[in-house]
Write a protein that binds this ligand. Structure first.
Ligand code: XMP
Length: 506
C-alpha cells in the first residue's frame, strides 16, 4: 500500500481516505517512524503530509535522507514538499504573507503527476513558507504565484505546495490517482468485502469457543463491531446495552428491535436511568456531570459484565481515526479535542481486547455496516456524545427536563428526515436551556423553558459551521416544538461556528 508520514496537518486522514477510496491500502504513521520500520511494510509509495511547522525551525520535524534513496516513489504535500526541498539541498524561505485558500495552477511542465490536469485548475493552499530554490536534479512543474509543484522524475520524487486531498482542489483526485497508479503502480486490492471475510475469520480464530462482551450504544461504531463479531461467533457475543436514561427518545426500544430482534443478537438491556438521575441530582457543572456519568457507566458495565461468566474478550468499536489520534506526534497547533468516550475500559478488568474496526475510517465502517445488512438509516446516524442528554439539558438535570428535551429533539430529527436534510448536516440536536421566558398561548400567559435547535456541518468535528437550514424548515420545527411539547414556549437557532463555540453547549 501507500504509507503516509504524519507531520500533523489536519488534512492527513483525508489523504488516507482518498487513497482507500481508490481501493488501495493506505496507512498513516508518525513522521518519526524509523525508515527500517517503514520499509518492512513494503510500501509502493510514500507520502509526506502537510504540517504546521517550518523546516527552518530549531526542532523541525525531519526524515532520514535515505528515505529518498529507496527506489520508492515519494510525494511531498505542502510541508512535505518543503521538507523534500530542504533535505535534498534546495531552499525554503518564509513567504511575504503566506497563502490561504484558492489559487490557480499554472502548469509550466507536465509530468506523470500532473498528467491530464487542466491548465488553471483551482488548488487549495494553506502555508506560510515556500520553496525558494529547487534542489539539484529537480524541475519546476507548476506555479501558482509561488512554486506549486516540483519533481525529480528520474528518482520518482514529487512535490506539491497545495493540498490535492481537499475537495476544493478541483483536480486533486486526479493527481493522487496519477501518483498512486501511474507512478507507484499500486494494486487495487483493498476491498471491504474481503475485509469482512478476513476479519470474520480472524475473530473466529482468535476467540475460539470463548465468550466476548461488548457495550452496545446504538451508535454506528459499536453496532457495526457487534454485527461483525456476531457474524463470526454468534451467541458467544454478549452485548450489554446500558440505558442511562439520557438517551434519545425510544432509543432503548429501537436498539432492542434492530439488533435484538432483527439480528438476533444476545443483548442484555440494563435500565439504569434512576441510578444516573439520582447521581446527577443537584449537579450543574458540565465537567462534573461528565465525570459522574462516565464513572457510573463504568460501574454499571463492570457489574453487568461480571454476570457473564467466563468471558475472555472485551470488544470495542475503536476505529482508525482513534488509533491515529492516539499515536500521532502533534505539532504546536495540536488538535484541541480531548477524546472523551464514555465507557472506556475499566482498568482492573482482565480482558483481552477485540477491536475489529481498528483499521477502518468512518466511511469504511459505514460501508461495512451496510454490507452486513444494517439499515442505511442506522449506519448514517449522527454521532451522539457518551454523556448524552446529560450535557444537553444545561445545568441541573432531572427526569422532567430530560423528557421535554427528548420530545423536542425527536421532532427536530423527524423533520430533518422528512425534508431530506438529515444526511446533509453532520450533527443535529436540541438543547434545553434552564431559562424561562414569557409567552402567550390562546388567551393564557405562559412561562416556560427555551429550546435551542443546533445543527452543524463539519468534516472532522474539530471545526464546524452552523447549517444553513431553510427558514421555512426552521419555522416548521419551531412551531411543532412549541405546539407539541409541553414545557417549551420559545425556540432559538444556534448560529455559532466552531471555533470559537463548540458543537455541544456543555
Ligand atoms: P464539541 O462540543 O467539543 O464536540 O465541539 C465535538 C464532537 O464530540 C462530541 N462530544 C462528546 N462525545 N463524550 C463523547 O463521547 C463527550 O463528553 C462529548 N462531548 C462532545 C460531540 O457530540 C461532537 O460530535
Amino acid at each position: 500500500g501507500i504509507i503516509i508520514l504524519d507531520f500533523g496537518s489536519q488534512y492527513n486522514q483525508l489523504i488516507g481516505r482518498r487513497i482507500r477510496e481508490m481501493e488501495v491500502y493506505s496507512e498513516i504513521v508518525p513522521f518519526n517512524t524509523p525508515l527500517s520500520e517503514i520499509l518492512e511494510k513494503k510500501p509502493k509509495g510514500i507520502i509526506l503530509s502537510g504540517g504546521p511547522s517550518s523546516v527552518n525551525a530549531e526542532n523541525a520535524h525531519l526524515v532520514e535522507k535515505e528515505l529518498y534513496e529507496q527506489d520508492i516513489p515519494v510525494l511531498g504535500i505542502c510541508y512535505g514538499m518543503q521538507l523534500t526541498a530542504h533535505i535534498l539541498g534546495g531552499k525554503v524561505a518564509k513567504g511575504d504573507k503566506g497563502e490561504y485558500g484558492k489559487a490557480h495552477l499554472d502548469i509550466v511542465k507536465e509530468n506523470e503527476l500532473l498528467k491530464g490536469v487542466c491548465q488553471n485548475s483551482i488548488v487549495w493552499m494553506s502555508h506560510f513558507d515556500e520553496v525558494a530554490e529547487l534542489p539539484v536534479g529537480f524541475e519546476l512543474n507548476a506555479r501558482s504565484g509561488v512554486i506549486a509543484s516540483i519533481s525529480n522524475p528520474e528518482k520518482m520524487i514529487y512535490g506539491v505546495q497545495f493540498h490535492p486531498e481537499v475537495s476544493h482542489s478541483e483536480e486533486g483526485g486526479k493527481m493522487i490517482e496519477n501518483f498512486v497508479f501511474g507512478i507507484c503502480k499500486a494494486d487495487r486490492n483493498w476491498k471491504l468485502t474481503n475485509y469482512i471475510e478476513k476479519t470474520v475469520a480472524e475473530i473466529k480464530e482468535k476467540v475460539g469457543d470463548q465468550k466476548v462482551i461488548l457495550g452496545l450504544s446504538g451508535g454506528v461504531d459499536s453496532s457495526v463491531a457487534a454485527v461483525l463479531i456476531h457474524k463470526a461467533i454468534g451467541d458467544q457475543l454478549n452485548c450489554i446495552f446500558v440505558d442511562t436514561g439520557l438517551l434519545r427518545k425510544n432509543e432503548g426500544k429501537k436498539v432492542m428491535e434492530n439488533y435484538g430482534k432483527h439480528f438476533k443478537m444476545n443483548i442484555k438491556m440494563v435500565d439504569a436511568s434512576e441510578r444516573f438521575l439520582s447521581k446527577l441530582s443537584g449537579i450543574g457543572d458540565p465537567e462534573e456531570k461528565r465525570k459522574i456519568i462516565g464513572n457510573e457507566f463504568v460501574y454499571v458495565f463492570d457489574e453487568e459484565s461480571k454476570q457473564i461468566e467466563g468471558a475472555k474478550f472485551l470488544a470495542q468499536g475503536t476505529i482508525y481515526p482513534d488509533v491515529i489520534e492516539s499515536q500521532s506526534v502533534k505539532g504546536p497547533s495540536a488538535v484541541i479535542k480531548s477524546h472523551h468516550n464514555v465507557g472506556g475500559l475499566p482498568e482492573e478488568m482482565d480482558f483481552q481486547l477485540l477491536e475489529p474496526l481498528r483499521e477502518l475510517f468512518k466511511d469504511e465502517v459505514r460501508k461495512v455496516g451496510e454490507e452486513l445488512g444494517i439499515p442505511h438509516e442506522l449506519v448514517y446516524r449522527h454521532p451522539f456524545p457518551g454523556p448524552g442528554l446529560g450535557i444537553r439539558v444545561l445545568g441541573e438535570v432531572d427526569a422532567e427536563k430530560v423528557r421535554i428535551l427528548q420530545e423536542a429533539d425527536d421532532i427536530f430529527i423527524e423533520e430533518l428526515y422528512k425534508n431530506d436534510l438529515y444526511e446533509k448536516v453532520s450533527q443535529a440536536f436540541v438543547v434545553l436551556l434552564p431559562v424561562k421566558s414569557v409567552g402567550v398561548m390562546g388567551d393564557e400567559r405562559t412561562y416556560e423553558y427555551t429550546a435551542v435547535v443546533r445543527s452543524a456541518n463539519t468534516i472532522d468535528f474539530m471545526t464546524a459551521t452552523w447549517s444553513r437550514l431553510p427558514y421555512e424548515f426552521l419555522d416548521t420545527v419551531s412551531s411543532r416544538i412549541i405546539n407539541e411539547v409541553r414545557g417549551i414556549n420559545r425556540v432559538a437557532y444556534d448560529i455559532s461556528s466552531k471555533p470559537p463555540a463548540t458543537i455541544e453547549w456543555e
